[in-house]
Design a binder for this molecule. Structure first.
Ligand code: PHE
Length: 450
């Protein structure tokens, strides 16, 4: 093993990886996609894809990490020298995502603190959101706080920082989300929303629903950005990888599902069944939901709990992004963890500033007609991630061959799904990923709508 740091226990690894997977994507994106693409039908498609496609990609990355014991920058080249470019490409993804992810993390932190300091009911609304994100210093201040919190945890290391934080934050997150879902269920008119969320509606089943489910799965399971390779390099050879990946998937999917139970019925009841309200992207979380909370009896308390949930989810995802970058720097420049963390924090802060200002004084700057933050999001999620995932499948399926990784998985326990693994990695996944790549680019340019 090249990396000295390790997870101390299986549960620590599962919580840390699940912490990465459970993020903003689970809480606001999954519910609205499910609502849009036929409720139960979408849930079913998502589930099938998660246990086949998602499972395959995740176990691949973790096995590559554990086999090589290297950061993502060198993991691919350790298996085949010619593929060192794939390590470079995969390392770039978290470097692009981390700064802007922290900008949104800062917004969440600001909302949480505003709720806890007991605002006047209804004062957090659309005007509040616009008033906040268009400012210069306020969002940058919250960005710096969010980076600071992430940095402190990553600085403490894999076992004492990441594992400990995840072991505390993730169970708390589960309790909070279930509690909120139960509360929402007691609201008047909630049942209709729950039905809308869960009832399969085959008329909404379409190829686009499948693509949307796949894109979501990809992002939600933190794939193709080197994170699972990095975390895999900290896993002991004794760990049963297949069982761990099944647990991580279950965790991620369950939180996404429960988030839908929190959001869909509440918004549905509030908007009188207007579906458009549900599809409002970032506005859903920062504008519509606060307006829903303002109308609830325990609104301030619910708002506080909800933003704490989102904050924890965002923090554990940011930690995994930062750790991936720090591991790359440590490997590349042979520097210690603390200087690597400080460097990443500083650079991320500087690069995050334009994304933040892109909603205010720099809102005139558009790249490909996108705001600065959306542009970074597009390049990483819609372009680089599918490319990295596609090349990873080709690399494993045809260059190093699936058997190399199957042997790695079998170091600790039998690999029960290995037959299906080989079929998915060689044939199904590459085709599906190419389709995601093409469709998400067409979607961004408005040629099709997903
Ligand atoms: N998996 C996260 C989510 O669902 C996305 C993410 C992971 C973002 C890791 C950044 C880093 O929101």
């Amino acid at each position: 093993m090249n990396n000295k740091s390790n997870f101390s226990s299986r549960i620590g690894f599962i919580f840390a990886a699940a912490g990465s997977a459970v993020g903003l994507g689970n809480i606001w994106r999954f519910p609205y996609l499910a609502a849009k693409y036929g409720g139960g039908t979408f849930l079913l498609i998502y589930l099938i894809l998660a246990i086949s496609f998602g499972f395959t990609l995740m176990i691949t990355e973790i096995a590559i990490g554990r086999k090589t014991g290297k950061s993502v920058l060198y993991a691919f080249s350790a298996l085949n020298k010619k593929y060192s470019f794939l390590g470079v490409l995969a390392s770039i993804v978290p470097m692009i995502i981390f700064p802007y992810y922290c900008v949104i993390g800062g917004w969440v932190a600001k909302y949480f603190v505003t709720y806890i300091t007991n605002p006047v009911k209804g004062s957090i609304n659309g005007n509040y959101f616009d008033g906040f994100i268009t400012q210069v210093y306020q969002p940058i201040f919250w960005l710096s706080l969010f980076i600071l919190a992430t940095t402190i945890i990553v600085m403490l290391g894999v076992e004492k920082g990441i594992e400990k934080a995840s072991k505390f934050l993730m169970p708390f997150l589960v309790v909070l989300s279930i509690g909120l879902a139960v509360y929402m269920f007691t609201l008047k008119d909630a049942k209709q929303g729950v039905l809308y969320y869960l009832m399969p509606d085959m008329s909404r089943f379409s190829f686009q629903a499948v693509l949307a489910a796949m894109g979501q799965l990809f992002y939600s399971m933190s794939l193709a950005m080197g994170i699972m390779v990095t975390y895999g390099s900290y896993v002991s050879k004794k760990e049963n990888l297949e069982a761990s990946v099944r647990n991580i998937e279950l965790f991620d999917t369950a939180i996404a599902f429960v988030s839908g139970l929190i959001i869909v019925p509440a918004v549905f009841a509030f908007s009188g069944g207007d579906e458009n309200v549900l599809t409002a992207g970032a506005g859903l979380m920062f504008i519509t939901l606060p307006e829903v909370f303002a109308n609830l009896k325990l609104g301030t308390l619910i708002g506080t709990a909800f933003f704490l949930l989102v904050l924890f989810a965002a923090l554990t995802s940011a930690i995994s992004l930062m750790e991936t970058i720090v591991a790359v720097l440590q490997d590349k420049f042979k520097i210690k963890r603390i200087p690597a963390c400080l460097l990443v924090a500083l650079v991320a802060f500087i690069i995050g500033i334009p994304s933040s200002l892109g909603f205010g004084i720099w809102s005139g700057i558009k790249i490909l007609d996108l705001s600065i933050l959306d542009f970074f999001d597009f390049i990483s999620n819609a372009v680089l991630m599918p490319i990295v995932a596609f090349l990873t499948c080709i690399f494993v399926g045809y260059v190093i061959k699936p058997d190399t990784l199957i042997e790695e998985v079998e170091e600790s326990a039998a690999f029960k799904s290995k037959k299906i693994y080989v079929i998915v990695i060689k044939y199904i996944a590459p085709v599906l990923i190419l389709l995601i790549l093409i469709s998400s680019i067409l979607n961004t340019f408005g040629i099709i709508t997903l």
